[in-house]
Design a protein around this ligand. Sequence first.
Ligand SMILES: [Zn+2]
Length: 113
Amino acid sequence: MHELGICDAMLKMVRGIMRDEGLEEVMRITVEVGSLSGVMPNFLADCWVAVTDGTELQNTEFVIEELPGTAQCMDCGEEFTADLNDLTCPKCRGKKLMPMTGRDLTLKEIFAP
Ligand SMILES: [Zn+2]
């Protein structure tokens, strides 16, 4: 339950920001999920609903933006958009890949009225 822990941490982070900025409510939260982060966006959304249920953030809109990840082939040096379902170099069919981007999950924006 990786996603649940992430949502829990995110909830704490959002509350910290609300406290620091004196916000009483948040209308929308946008998170960026890299395609190589291993986080499943649908599952993340479900977990967010679960952790915010009954809290001041239960009506906050939760927007997930998916960011394509890139990887580099360690055999031929090719850089390409990587998909976790197909981790093969498109050029040489090599399997030794190094993730370059798209491994992160970032809290991108908090929108308050
Ligand atoms: Zn290659």
